[in-house]
Design a protein around this ligand. Structure first.
Ligand code: PGA
Length: 254
């Protein structure tokens, strides 16, 4: 993991009411409140953001949204802007999650615009990428991930880089219980780090790369021990306090 600070983030997806969210983060704060060697974040649904940010004020746990829009205001029914997320107390946002890409039509261009708008609003961003099962089977993993990363890199500037994290999440591993092996994940992470380094030099190589897709306590340590895997983006297991706490602890260096 070199000297990059590990980062573990829970993506709660479409789960938890306001009171359930508050209860979950209160417990996470109790159990993870003293962890300083891993950066920790949670992504509740929009309606829980205000309650969760209040509950986590002055804590080491960051709050992010699962999506945001690229315009700040206007006639865009149903959207939430990055500036509004800042107003709600968010630290960061996920862009380009594969569920947004597959089910809501987010293109590489949309993801880039969302990332740019989020950075301009002062948020950190986690840019998600990953190939589908058919792309992997066709030997097109690097091609697809390369397109996604290139489109995102086109909108990044040198002084954004420390606010950027990339999450590699093979679509076939998300919510399926079928995790990429540490070696499979490492191979793609090394490829992504190479692209970032080629474009941005040392600052690009320093961007942290998370793995996501059926991460759980039983596989977290093996995945995060790989040299280019700097943390995890956790879906299902982030809804269970004990599992999420165990995954954060598995990310601790040394
Ligand atoms: P999962 O989801 O851990 O439930 O596979 C990961 C994600 O979609 O970010």
């Amino acid at each position: 993991m070199a000297n990059r600070i590990p980062i573990v983030v829970g993506n709660w997806k479409l789960h938890k009411t306001i009171s359930e969210s508050s209860e979950l983060v209160t417990e996470l704060k109790n159990q993870l409140g003293t962890v300083r060697d891993v950066q920790i974040g949670v992504c509740p649904v929009f309606t829980s953001l205000a309650a969760v940010t209040k509950r986590l004020e002055d804590s080491n746990i960051m709050v992010g949204a699962q999506n945001s829009f690229y315009e700040n205001s206007g006639a865009w029914t149903g959207e939430v802007s990055a500036e509004m997320l800042v107003d709600a107390g968010c630290d960061f946002v996920l862009v380009g999650h594969s569920e947004r890409r597959a089910k809501f039509g987010d293109t590489d261009a949309d993801v880039s615009r969302k990332a740019r708008a989020a950075l301009d609003a002062g948020l950190r961003v986690i840019i998600c990428c990953g190939e589908s099962e058919s792309e992997r089977d066709a030997g097109k993993t690097n091609e697809r991930v390369g397109q996604q990363i290139s489109a995102a890199m086109d909108v990044l500037k040198a002084d954004d880089l420390e606010k950027v994290v990339v999450a590699y999440e093979p679509v076939w591993a998300i919510g399926t219980g079928r995790t990429a092996t540490p070696a499979q994940a490492q191979e793609v992470h090394a490829f992504i780090r190479g692209l970032l380094g080629d474009r941005f030099g040392a600052a690009g190589t320093g961007i942290r790369l998370q793995y996501g897709g059926s991460v759980k306590p039983a596989n977290a340590q093996a995945l995060m021990s790989e040299p280019d895997i700097d943390g995890a983006l956790v879906g299902g297991a982030s809804l269970k306090v004990a599992d999420f706490v165990a995954i954060v602890k598995a990310a601790r260096p040394g």
